[in-house]
Ligand binder design. Structure first.
Ligand SMILES: Nc1ncnc2c1ncn2[C@@H]1O[C@H](COP(=O)(O)OP(=O)(O)O)[C@@H](O)[C@H]1O
Ligand SMILES: Nc1ccn([C@@H]2O[C@H](COP(=O)(O)OP(=O)(O)O)[C@@H](O)[C@H]2O)c(=O)n1
Ligand SMILES: [Mg+2]
Length: 197
């Protein structure tokens, strides 16, 4: 529940460059979810000139995880503002603090967790070729982000795995093939087709 609204939430997780954003865009088109990227919300917050601007900017440059209260507030605001009731939360929760605080504050548990699994060597290639002008897509910060992923984010995936909530996808394959696997998982969420004749 969220301000009286019953919502369906899917957490989309995976190492930096695993294709979370890419696949979310296509899931939105096919299954009518709203895509909320924690990283995008934080980057927008920097541009908006908020009081946390410098703190967020420095954490992103270092590949560190921003305190949960900041990120959760942005996610909550976006969900409340939206008319939709189905959300893909991309890149969150990234550590145990993110996970526990979100559950405590919103009382929402995810329908399931989509986990894009891919080797670091491939992730590194993708990030170095991403070309979105991101301050954290340089080899030094990429290495730090990989460490944070292994030390802080993988345990969150293990937590949900112990609750049988993780749908693991081989994200090393080409984009359309990854989406074929994603599609099979989202089939129960497909819009209903009603024949009127
Ligand atoms: N399956 C894939 N194979 C090859 N390149 C991919 C694949 N999925 C995404 N990419 C590319 O890799 C980069 C990172 O993808 P992105 O969706 O931004 O990942 P994330 O949000 O997980 O960091 C982008 O340049 C994207 O076009
Ligand atoms: N839950 C989150 C998500 C992102 N972030 C920050 O935002 C950065 C970029 O996150 P992102 O999800 O856009 O990165 P990708 O995995 O898409 O490459 C992270 O490295 C963190 O510094 C965060 O602090 N907390
Ligand atoms: Mg992303």
């Amino acid at each position: 529940m969220l301000g009286g609204k019953k919502v369906t939430v899917v957490f989309v997780l995976g190492g930096p460059g695993s294709g979370k954003g890419t696949q979310c865009t296509t899931i939105v088109e096919h299954f009518g979810f709203t895509h909320l990227s924690a990283g995008d919300l934080l980057r927008a917050e920097i541009k908006s000139g908020s009081q946390n601007e410098t703190m967020i900017e420095n954490m992103i440059k270092e590949g560190k995880i921003v305190p949960s209260e900041v990120t959760i507030k942005l996610l909550q605001e976006a969900m409340i503002k939206s008319e939709n009731d189905k959300f893909l939360i991309d890149g969150f929760p990234r550590n145990e603090e993110n996970r526990a605080a979100f559950e405590n504050v919103t009382k929402i548990s995810p329908a399931f967790v989509l986990f894009f699994d891919c080797a670091e060597e491939e992730l590194e290639k993708r990030l170095l070729g991403r070309n979105q002008g991101r301050v954290d897509d340089n080899i030094e910060t990429i290495r730090k982000r990989f460490n944070v992923f292994v030390e802080s984010s993988l345990p969150v995936i293990e937590y949900y795995s112990s609750k049988d909530k993780v749908e693991k996808i081989d994200a090393a394959k080409p984009i359309p093939e990854v989406f074929e696997d994603v599609k099979a998982i989202f089939a129960p969420y497909a819009p209903q087709v009603i024949y009127l004749f």
